[in-house]
Design a protein around this ligand. Structure first.
Ligand SMILES: Cc1cc2nc3c(=O)[nH]c(=O)nc-3n(C[C@H](O)[C@H](O)[C@H](O)COP(=O)(O)O)c2cc1C
Ligand SMILES: C=C(O[C@@H]1CC(C(=O)O)=C[C@@H](OP(=O)(O)O)[C@H]1O)C(=O)O
Length: 391
């Protein structure tokens, strides 16, 4: 026990989304303004659908904080769904089921059909309400709390979009330092490090929208200022790369995760793949390359953590393009087109990726340095950083 964990709850069109964070130390400064900034970053990004025009996500802190500092008790966060007003009859939290409003047309690529079969629902809304990526709102709120903890000890997390559909910037951003990629992405409507190419991306997204299509893509998340020694080689579920991969794959629509150079390492000779070790008096041990993405043996090695994540195209398609499916009641085929959906959500997913990395790193920090009083923990971390420089 004693590690940081959270539970979240809430349906996409229910009254509110909530999260309880357990295991935060006392005396950690938490700003709801900071959390709200992260929530609005997650809502941004060209290619989002009608729902994001309705929602204006803002956090309410319901427990665990006084005068802006944590108490060491569980922290409860809540974000209300504005769209709830339009869905009270359909969601019918305490009402009777109405036959005609049931969803019986499963969308290919969504949780509708496997979820319906597994949980025994013939109204697929019972599945899609929780499968929806609306749930990532509270992950970002929890991640924002973790980011505040990490920033207080000099660990910063960022992300940027590398590709959407067929347009990839991977080769063109190679020489831009990580933090600069992030800063530039913050001023880009599609959150790429090359805002001058926004128009090209927007035209691709507009074309997809007109055709009733959807798009996926790739984003990268990084952490800088990470001390050596988070995670462990001693047991499979303590390896940090494995924990990060799980956290990223748990985001709706993510289909691949690479750490550092990832899959391309498989094509290299050993002499090209590994990061050579250097030492100087000021820095202690360091590397001049970071193909490992900051993790060796499941342990951080002091270089930036770099994670690349691939997102599939959004499953819900709009009227003009459709995928074939079969109605679960009539067993008749139908075209699974819908009225409202995101065309692409790669920029938003990147912000969720930041939150997940922040949660995993905050867990790893508290595992290593204790989790009662943040003031003591911070002192221990400073001493440890001095130790690693002198090692
Ligand atoms: C930020 C974000 C927004 C999303 N928006 C939509 C959407 O508008 N419509 C949709 O069908 N899927 C959307 N998705 C993807 C689905 O939630 C996801 O594909 C579905 O839950 C099935 O899970 P799987 O793709 O991981 O198998 C979104 C995902 C993310 C991360
Ligand atoms: C609500 C959010 O994303 C939603 C994720 C989602 C899905 O199926 O995953 C479907 C859409 O919801 P709706 O069906 O209400 O239009 C997205 O808008 C959000 O990110 O806050």
């Amino acid at each position: 026990m004693g590690t940081l964990r959270f539970l979240n709850a809430g349906e996409s069109h229910g009254p509110a989304l909530t999260a309880i964070i357990e295991g935060l130390p006392s005396n950690l400064r938490i700003s709801s303004e900071f959390i709200n900034r992260e929530l609005s970053r997650r809502q941004s990004g060209y290619g989002r659908g009608g729902r994001m025009k309705i929602e204006k996500d803002r956090v309410e802190i319901l427990s665990g904080v006084r005068f802006g500092y944590t108490l060491g008790s569980p922290v409860t966060l809540m974000v209300r769904n504005k769209d709830w007003e339009n869905w009270t009859d359909i969601m019918a939290v305490e009402g009777q089921p109405t036959e005609k409003k049931e969803i019986t047309n499963p969308r290919p690529g969504h949780a509708d059909l496997p979820g319906g079969i597994k949980y025994g629902f013939h109204d697929l809304r019972n599945v899609l309400e929780r499968a929806s990526a609306r749930e990532t709102t509270t992950r970002v709120a929890v991640g924002a709390v973790c980011k505040q903890l990490l920033e207080d000890i000099g660990i910063r997390i960022g992300s940027y979009v590398v590709s959407i559909g067929e347009i990839s910037l991977r080769d063109r951003i190679k020489d831009i330092p990580l933090e600069e990629r992030f800063e530039k992405a913050e001023s880009s409507e599609v959150r790429t490090p090359l805002p001058e190419l926004d128009q090209e991306f927007k035209e691709l997204i507009d074309r997809a929208r007109e055709e009733g299509e959807s798009l996926g893509g790739v984003f990268e998340v990084f952490a800088v200022g990470v001390p050596v020694g988070l995670g462990s080689h001693v047991h499979w579920d303590r390896r940090l790369d494995g924990r990060i991969a799980q956290a990223m794959m748990s985001i709706q629509a993510m289909k691949g995760v690479e750490i550092g150079e990832g899959f391309s390492l498989a094509e290299m000779y050993g002499s090209q793949a590994h990061d050579e070790i250097f030492w100087d008096k000021e820095r202690g041990f360091y590397h001049r390359t970071n193909r490992a993405g900051g993790i060796e043996g499941g342990i951080t090695n002091g270089e930036p953590i770099l994670v690349r994540v691939g997102m599939k195209p959004i499953p819900t398609l709009m009227r003009r393009k459709s995928l074939r499916s079969v109605n679960i009641k009539t067993k008749q085929p139908f075209d699974a087109a819908k009225e409202r959906s995101d065309v692409t959500a790669v920029p938003a997913a990147a912000v969720v990726g930041e939150a997940m990395l922040a949660i995993v790193l905050a867990q790893a920090v508290l595992e290593k340095f204790g989790n009662d009083n943040w003031i003591d923990i911070k002192r221990r971390i400073e001493e440890y950083r001095a130790y690693t420089r002198e090692f």
